[in-house]
Write a protein of this length. Sequence first.
Length: 105
Amino acid sequence: MSIRNVSSLRGVPCPDAYRTAAVHRAAPQPATRAAILGTAFDVVAELGYARLTIEKVAAQAGVGKQTIYRWWPNKGALVLDAVLERSLGAGSRATCPTAVTSRTT
């Protein structure tokens, strides 16, 4: 996992744990990353955030819990990446957008 611009998401700060993720770890293989993020998105859509567990995502994606924790420090970071990946399109590297400086009403 590489460090991303995670200063804020539409003016809401991203979690500190996500901002300080390790930079020296190799990124997961694209197929593994896609399986984990796709499964995380599907599980949160089906069960909701509160009932999502890393164990359930790992089992359905066919990986171990440690594989997920190696690149995502917690379920919040995993779900954020899954939602951003889905909204930005497959194959793109998700990043938190910069803060919104003005609003239109």
